[in-house]
Design a protein around this ligand. Structure first.
Ligand SMILES: Cc1cc2nc3c(=O)[nH]c(=O)nc-3n(C[C@H](O)[C@H](O)[C@H](O)COP(=O)(O)OP(=O)(O)OC[C@H]3O[C@@H](n4cnc5c(N)ncnc54)[C@H](O)[C@@H]3O)c2cc1C
Length: 370
């Protein structure tokens, strides 16, 4: 009998596997032929504390030490790079900007209001008439998502985790003590299951006979346009009402409409109308004059009904643990929620560094939906 089975090989699944593997046998089952094929491989990859629900902000804070100083041997490259984030507002959006600024001051992320002249110094291609006010968060940083995902994989494998690709979980049967997990290659029995199936989280619960939470996958499209070395030091620029964002990525610019369009759990393809609308909005706010797109993709950001993460044991069925609802913060919070889910599966107390960062397991518990 295996101790722990993790379903899903995105960032959530590998973070859980890395934190559980030192304490027992782990099998991770991923339905695709490669890891991180879905949302994790399609992220914009920013670490920014002043963002997301009340449950996710402390998890981001608590993840910072791991991201800044990853465990020995887990990665050959730094996981974070300086970036900064600049929220921009026109005249009509100034009130919303001030609300975000208040939240930013509370988060301790060091954000500050900036005037048009300073914004133009940071990003000279902004149109002065479009940026009446701004909020700058200097501590926002780029995350190397592939390196972070690989770091968790390395840690998990170093502790003996068995990572199986092309292994869709097709049924989950409750045993007296634990679960029988079935894939087309056969059954595996285990003591506890971690559901890290992203957009498919409710489907996995359903095959286990557990009531869904009401997870809603939302499309978000991103695309690359040719950039310039001169842009490399720009912060990420985000419209305060999330009508668009863009940031340098090597010599290109990564852009998005920042849309949230409900979807079924599928492998989504970009809608060129979304790309065109984002280009229109970015061209209205800047003098970038974007005309060509080098690549585009769409990922599903999956939200619980209250838009916060769902982490912990299903109250109606022992041994079934939820690790879903990461929405738009699943990369930057992964070191901390990996540690949190491991403490819950193992039945140990909340790690001190998480408690110190203000992580409250009740806030992200599935109990709130039952
Ligand atoms: C455009 C965009 C920008 C983003 N920007 C940021 C950002 O700046 N910062 C940030 O922190 N986050 C960001 N996110 C969000 C982040 O990418 C997600 O929160 C995170 O990737 C979710 O990870 P996951 O492991 O839950 O999901 P996924 O990566 O989708 O992994 C779930 C896995 O479960 C597998 N699976 C499903 N069902 C089964 C089954 N029955 N059996 C076996 N396997 C199964 C799937 O194949 C999949 O690989 C962004 C997302 C998008 C789309």
């Amino acid at each position: 009998m295996t101790d722990f089975i993790v379903i899903g090989g995105g960032i959530a699944g590998v973070a859980a596997a890395a934190h559980l593997a030192p304490h027992g046998s782990v099998i991770l089952l991923e339905m695709e032929s490669s890891l991180a094929y879905h949302t994790t491989g399609r992220s914009a990859a920013l670490f920014v504390v002043n963002y997301g629900g009340e449950g996710s902000r402390p998890l981001a804070q608590a993840s910072q030490p791991f991201l800044e100083d990853p465990p020995e041997g887990s990665t050959d490259t730094p996981l974070l790079a300086d970036r900064g984030a600049l929220w921009v507002a026109d005249e009509s959006q100034l009130e919303h900007l001030r609300k975000i600024a208040d939240e930013g001051l509370e988060s301790g992320a060091g954000s500050r209001l900036v005037e048009t002249a300073e914004m133009l110094r940071m990003v000279p291609k902004l149109r002065p008439e479009r940026v009446a006010g701004g909020l700058y968060e200097p501590s926002a940083r780029d995350i190397d998502v592939a390196a972070l995902h690989q770091a968790f994989v390395r840690i998990a494998r170093r502790h003996g985790a068995d990572i199986r690709l092309s292994s869709p979980v097709t049924s989950l049967g409750k045993l007296d003590r634990g679960w029988r997990v079935s894939t087309p290659d056969g059954d595996v029995d285990c003591s506890a299951v971690v559901n890290a199936a992203g957009a498919w989280g409710d489907r996995v619960a359903t095959i286990a006979g557990i009531e869904p939470i009401g997870l809603q996958p939302m499309r978000r499209t991103a695309f690359m346009v040719p950039g310039d070395e001169a842009y490399a030091r720009w912060p990420m620029v985000v419209d305060v009402d999330h009508h668009f964002y863009f940031r340098p990525d090597g010599v290109q610019l990564l852009c998005s409409l920042a849309e949230e369009t409900p979807s079924e759990p599928v492998d989504p393809r970009p809608d060129m109308e979304d790309v065109a609308l984002a280009i229109e909005r970015i061209n209205q706010a800047t003098t970038l004059d974007i005309r060509t797109v080098s690549s585009q993709w769409t990922g599903l950001r999956t939200f619980a009904p209250d838009r916060d993460l769902v982490i912990g044991e299903e109250p109606t069925t022992s041994g079934f643990f939820w690790l879903v609802g990461q929405g738009g913060t699943g990369i930057m919070t992964s070191p901390a929620y990996g540690a949190l889910i491991a403490s819950q599966v193992l039945g140990t107390s909340l790690p001190g560094d998480l408690a110190g960062a203000g992580v409250d397991p009740a806030r992200t518990s599935p109990d709130r939906f039952r």
